[in-house]
Structure formats: structure tokens, C-alpha cells
Design a protein around this ligand. Sequence first.
Ligand code: NAD
Length: 553
Amino acid sequence: MSTPGPRPVRAARGNTLTARNWQTEAALRMFHNNLDAEVAERPDDLVVYGGTGKAARNWASFDAITRELTDLSEDETLLVQSGKPVGVVRTHEWAPRVLIANSNLVGDWATWPEFRRLEAAGLTMYGQMTAGSWIYIGTQGILQGTYETFAAVAAKRFGGTLRGTLTLTAGLGGMGGAQPLAVTMNDGVALCVEVDPVRARRRVETRYLDELADDLDDAIARVERAKREGEALSVGVIGNAAEVVPELLRRGVEIDIVTDQTSAHDPLAYLPRGVDLDDWADYAAKKPDEFTDRSRDSMAEHVEAMVGFLDAGAEVFDYGNSIRGEAKLGGYDRAFDFPGFVPAYIRPLFCEGKGPFRWAALSGDPADIAATDRAILDLFPENESLARWIRMARDRVAFQGLPARICWLGYGERHLAGLRFNEMVANGEISAPVVIGRDHLDCGSVASPYRETESMADGSDAIADWPLLNALVNTASGASWVSIHHGGGVGIGRSIHAGQVTVADGTALAGQKIERVLTNDPGMGVFRHVDAGYERADEVAAERGVRIPMARP
Ligand code: NAD
């Protein structure tokens, strides 16, 4: 029998089941949607986003997962170990239909070389955050978080708007591609360095990036003009960030904000200077150690230039890709002179159980998302920044694959949205069930000392009990699929995180599950931040009735 290989994948649409029930149909559609060519960065390799974040270990596993989900009953649960279906167990209707563990390694073995050895032996895969847990929704998935982050930068340093400011960043991949639109949504100018022209063009086609410059001189001229005239504009330039960022510093271009979203978390996914784009894959595969040394050297030069901009007065932050850690390994001592974005801007939101709540319409019909947008506006009329986001997203975000939406909601809010969506499915306002999930980057679901849990008030950055409790809580509360991953965002050895997805199929049972999951899941964020000593979390717990056994008086 021949080995199964790549082929185009697209999720089923409409309200006819191809599996036995909507819980498994939803998992199947979202699994396939992750690998839709509109959604995934390299679908033929099963790579969804974030360097090598995959949805299934290989094509044989893809076929087996598809087959099992199609056949699975309402009292059965499929077990997935790093992208391979390894067992089906009899459970009950409140249990998740799929339990997923991706890329996990025991502490002393949690290194990239050991991971790659096991991956080459066919024993594991890199699941990133939403790639291996089947709830990636394309670049929109990070857009609101990036928009909020730049809004926080604007509030902190630039009087509440990025108008008349220039942001420099690199990486226009699946997630990094959200940066230009997030900056222009805040009325600023963005200059984005990307080494691969195909990736850059894809962002123009999907309306995330306004234009591509011919070369660096042209890019500088375009962004300086827009900055002068207070026009919101994003410009891409093809080049290696390890060369272009230091060059911009040398030329004295006045840059106000600097960050980066290349795939620095994986040294083989960051192109070292002096290596041709066409030689990248072959070189990284044949000489991973030499390639790693070279990419860390390049990241050291890249970060040194970022610190140069910091010294010149710019607002500089790490946007969650571990570039500071890699630059430090590359021998640059001042890599941690600038902060990560979570302690700098996001932690107060985490204290309220706020995080990236997202949903997708299994019908494939954009009208269903338009209906949910209206429902969010109705449910939270007092939240002006949420309303502004929903209106902008409605006007400016192009869907990739199944229509989807993201917005950040907190403890006490998420379950209201979920219950409303479930009612809308039940009464026909939405034409087919909706899946409700989130990124693993959330308030109570991650241990990641270079990112979500950097500089915790009590020093508990590396405590990884929280994501494990989070997965257990979601399993016990009725989520439709639950996942525990290692290494997402920042790379192997640096994070442990959990995710959940819950299906609103319009039934009363789904309503009961939604109420519990969407209360308890963000509740983990409140517990986490109360425990770490954040006063805002204490207030939220007291105001909203979160039970904390050893609460501070
Ligand atoms: P991706 O692999 O899809 O894209 C990375 C891009 O960087 C590619 O287009 C690649 O060509 C480009 N690149 C690599 N080396 C370069 C260089 N030297 N110069 C210029 N461009 C270069 O990854 P992604 O999904 O966009 O994620 C990017 C990073 O952000 C990852 O490290 C990921 O873990 C992290 N991430 C952060 C968040 C967050 O919330 N802050 C969320 C998701 C992912």
C-alpha cells in the first residue's frame, strides 16, 4: 500500500452532518479547516503556523483522525498523542470527544535537539498552540491581541493614538502578519521586514498589509512621508531583519516603536543573515547545529539593534517569540533590557480573566458571523473599545477558511456570549452550530516565563501546575475537546499550556456545558493572579463572586 500524501483539504460546510453528531463534526471541520490552503501556511507539510506548528503528525495520521472523528459516538473519546490518534475510549456524554497532548517532554529532555531527534524518529510533532489543537482561525486569531497591545503602547507613550508614529517590526507569517493591520487600526505607520516575498504578498492579498516597497530606500521614503502626514499606512520590505534592523539604526531613521515577530522561538525557523532563502530548508535539515549557531548569532545582531533603538528612546518590546532568549544564547548580554509584552501591557487584563475568546461558524456562512457580531454589540453595550473592535473587524478583516471572529472577553462575560450563541443556533438565527474556543495564550492556561508568566509578582513564572489544572477543569466542565501542549510560542523547554473548544449546537446540554466551561476556564486566570498577589485579581474575585479558599482579607 502506498503512503498517503498531501492533497487539498477543506472543511465541510452547511448544516448536514458528515460525522455522527455535532460535537465530533465540529472537531472534524476545525481539524480540516486548520489545513485549508486559505488558512495554513504550509498545508502540504501539515504545517498551520508558527514555524512548524502542525495539525497532524503525518498524512496517515490525518486519514486516521478523519476516520475516527467521522465514526465516533456520543459516549466515546479519541486520544491524540502529538498528532497521532492512539486510542478510543468509552466515556460519557459530558466528557470531551477528543483529548490531545502535543510535544510534551520530561524536563531534562525538553530541548530542541532531543525534540528533533524524536520528531525525526516519527514519535512526536510540534503542536504550537492552536495548530495541534484545531482552533486556528488564520491571522485574525492574533489580530485583536496585537491591536490591544499597540493600543496600550499608544496609551502609555503617545497620548492614546499611534497617529504620526512609526513602528518597525519583522515577520509577516501566520501571526506576525497581523502586525501591520493592528498598527494601522491604531492610526499609525508600520514598516515590516520579511525575508520571504511569498509570505509578504499573501498579507497584501488578505488585506493585512497595505503595500510592498521596491527596496529599503523606497520603504523608508514611503513610511517617512506617511508619518509626516499622519496617515495610517503599512509598508512591507523584503530583507533579512538581522541586516535591515541594524541598517535602519545606522541610518538614523526615527522609529518610535520596535518589536519583532519572526519565528525566533525555533532557531531553524529564523533565517540567519548570509543564507539564501532557497537554501533555508535544506541547510536547516542537513546541518541543524551549525544553522542554529548562525541563526542565534543573527538574532543577537537583530536584538542588539533593537536595544540601540531603546537607547535612542523608542518603545521596544518582545512580542512573544523568545527572540531575547535566543539572542542571549547567541552571546548578546543586554537582550533582556526590554520587556516582554505581557508584563508591559497585558497582565492587568489577565487579572480580570480577560483573554482571546474566539468562535467559528461551522456553516461556512459569513452571515452567521455577522449575526454573532450583532449579538456581541447587544450584550456588552457599555464596552466602547469592544464595540470599536467588532465594527473594525467587520469592515476590515478578510476571513480565512470558515468564517470566525475573535474578541477579548473576561470572567463573567464569556459564558454570556456562549449562551447567547447557543440560543441563536437553537432558534435558527444562526444556520448551523458554532465552535467556541480560544488561544492557549490566555489568562490562566499557560506557564511561559518568557511570555505569559514573565515577571509574575510572586516569582512563580515557571510553575506549570496552572495549565495542567486548567486542562483538568475544562475536561471536568464539559468542553468538547481539550489539549495540553509544550513549547508553544516560545519554543521547546520554555512553556506548558492548555486549550479548550466547546461546541454550541443549540441543545440544552450544550448550554449547560457552555455555562460551566466558559465560567471556569477564565476563572483559572482569576485564581492564578489572585494566588500570585495581584490586587486587581482580588477585586475581580470579590466583585464577581469567584470562590478563593484562601483569599486575602
Ligand atoms: P510563521 O512561521 O508563520 O512566520 C514567521 C515569519 O518570519 C516567516 O514569514 C519568515 O519568513 C519570517 N522570517 C524568519 N526569519 C526572518 C528573518 N531573519 N528576517 C525577516 N523575516 C524572517 O510564524 P507566526 O505564526 O507568524 O509566528 C511568529 C512568532 O510569533 C513565533 O515565534 C510564534 O511562536 C510567536 N507568536 C506570538 C504570539 C503572541 O501573541 N505574541 C502569538 C502567536 C505566535
